[in-house]
Each structure stands twice: as C-alpha cells, then as structure tokens.
Ligand binder design. Sequence first.
Ligand code: TYD
Ligand code: MG
Length: 423
Amino acid sequence: MTEALSVVPASPQAARFSGYAGSAAPVVQSLSDIKPGAEARVSIGVDELDRVLGGGLVAGSVILIGGDPGIGKSTLLLQALAAVSCSLKSLYVTGEESPEQVSLRAQRLGVNADRVRLLPETSVERIIEHARHEAPQVMVIDSVQTLYTELLQSAPGSVGQVRESAAQLVRFAKHTGVALFLVGHVTKEGTLAGPRVLEHMVDTVLYFEGDPGGRYRVIRAIKNRFGAVNELGVFAMTDKGLKEVRNPSSIFLSRHEQPVAGSVILVTMEGTRPMLVEVQALVDDSQLSNPRRVTLGLEHNRLAMMLAVQHRHGGILMSDQDVFVNVVGGVRVTETAADLAVLLAALSSFRDRALPNDLVVFGEVGLAGEIRPVPNGQQRLKEAAKLGFKQALVPTANVPKAGIDGLEIHGVARYAEVLDWFA
Ligand code: TYD
Ligand code: MG
C-alpha cells in the first residue's frame, strides 16, 4: 500500500534522468562505435552527499550506504529524498519503521515531505511491482536486511535473502534507470549478512564513519564507478538532523592548552580536502608476554611496521611495551601519510616528552627508514598555516621552495633525522 503524501507529476527533468539506455536486445559492437551521452547527473541538493557520489546522482546507479545502527543512515536518506523530490519522483521503501515513524521523523527534520512517496513493504516482488506502477526516479530501500524474496525459503536477513533480494532490485534499477539507494547495517561482530556481500553488485559503496555518540558523521566512498573514491562528506548530527559541514578541516581537532606527550597533529588528505586530526599514542610497560598493539582509526599492520622501523633504524625497542594508537574523533585515516605521525606519537609517549602543540606532521615512512613524500604537500601545509600552526615536520621532498607564510618547515629524509630533530 503506498501512503500517499502527494502525487508528483513527472517533471521535465524526468526525461533527461531516464538515463540507462535499457537492455532491449544487446548486440556485439566495436567499443569505439559506442558514443556515450554525457552522464545525466542530478544534484541531490545535499552538497556533501553530491560530493561523495562524484558530483551528483547518476540514473540507473545503485548506491549502498552502510554503517552502524543509529549512525544516521535513515536520517540522511530522508533528508536527501525530500531535497531531491522537487526535481525527481521519489519513493521511500521502509521495512524497519512504520509510516508513522517515518512521518514523525520528517516532521522533526522539518523537511518538505509533500512529494516523497512512501511504501511500507519488505517483499522484493511486491516492492518491484509497486515501483513499476509508481515509476520513481529515485528510490530508497531502508534496509536490505529486512527484505525477503519469495524465491528463497530462508529467513529475512540471511545472506542468501539479502543477496538475492538486492540482486533483483539492482536488475530493476539497471532496467528502468531508477537511481537506487540501499541501506545496510554493519554490525560490530563480523557483518555476516551485512552489506559487504553486496559490494560487488552495486556501483557505489558509501560507509558512515564516526563515533555514534559524537557529533560528527563522515561518509566515505570506498567504491565508486561514477567518481573518485575516498572522497569524504562531513555532517554534524543536530536536533534537526544532519547538517553539512562545509569546511571540515579542523572539526576533529581538540587543541590542548599545554603540550601533551603522545599527541601529534596530522594533516591528512582524504579525498580532495585536507583535514587536521590528532593522533594519540600510549606506550606503556606490558604485563603480557605478547604486548598489545592496538590501533583505532588506523591500519593495524602499519603500526607493526612502524615499530619495526623504529627499532631497526632508530634503535628504539618497544617489544616489552603495550602500544595503543588512536585517531581522535572516530575518523579513519587510510593513507600512508599518517606513518610519521604514528611514529612520533609513539616515540613521544615512550619518552614521555611532549611535542610542541603548534606542530603538524605528515609523511610516509618506508621500510628502509626513508621518509617518503606524499601527494598535495603544499595544500596540507597551507591548511595548517591557515589554522594557526607554526611548525611542520614533513618529508624533505614535500618542503615547498617558496616556503609558507607563518610556518617554519623542517624537512626530513631519513628516520635518523627525525630522531635528531626530537633529541
Ligand atoms: P537513524 O537515521 O535512525 O540511524 P540509522 O538509520 O543509521 O540506524 O539515526 C538515529 C539517530 O540519530 C538517533 O540516535 C537519534 C539521532 N537523531 C538526531 O540526533 N537528530 C535528528 O534530527 C534525528 C532524526 C535523529
Ligand atoms: Mg534506520
């Protein structure tokens, strides 16, 4: 049953967004004979979401949005659907919440729900039947874990059901050109029937990051057939839903009044924007025969590598120490530019000596003990200077010849030079 909030007449944009050419009778032809039209992209009207999608929504594309329960997936998609519904016909399929709950949320968000059509349904066959009739241009399925198909006997939420249900919807989207958002919960323990089994089927995979208890939410594209990956969209959760954060470079930064041992400010470049984050390490005597190596927001193997470099090229042994490293604020840093920050944070905690609190750091560290340059050095340094930092420790090859106003830049090429600098 569709809950009629209102019926939308097809907009003029509808034709342009009907997109995908359909798969009537495929023929074999030369690649060079195929003349793709410009991808019909439509701005959703939520800039940070457009950004992670690679500049807007593409007709016939399937986007998987994963994240912990309660992180804000439903909130974001309801906001996005309301925003896009003034130009595109939209349908929100809710399998988890009742229409009343969705309506209450829409009221709370203060969004214009006039043109958002709602369908409470979990049977894929019936969803597709309704969708054929409604002919939406954008459709949200919240969530894939609630879906079931009559083709299979197993319970909703099982891997088979999730995979088969999603496959049917993907075929439907490719055939009709509807842009499809699939919501998937990621569970802490393993993600068994979680969205991971769907990643290869869809065009774009977005994951929510951030601490569900905290204020900020980051959306990262980890796969995108229509744009760059690792682009971030940043939002703040407020009492009126998710608000875009347009200049997120310093939101994860907590400035300490006094310098603190084990804390280093890293300039990371996720996607196209530099962001400053605090990397914290705690190095402490271990009571275990196998001391702990724990990372949060960073790659675990990378820490083991850095500690090996530290021993081999710096002569500093931490084999009887527990080492914990954390990126403050629940963000994930995936790039190797974090290496130098991790090393320095561990060293600073080990020696119980603070680094200056107006210092920023970035750089990749190689196994030979060399400090390797990272992309976009100048942009990172400029952002740090803009935020009032006074010193930077970076790979020599990233030191700009002309310098940066207000920033004293130390270049290092070998790990031994880092130790000299910190001596
Ligand atoms: P929700 O979108 O339901 O999460 P998901 O679909 O990913 O499970 O978000 C729920 C959380 O967001 C909930 O803890 C309450 C909070 N929230 C706000 O803080 N402000 C709001 O305006 C809304 C709608 C939700
Ligand atoms: Mg939800």
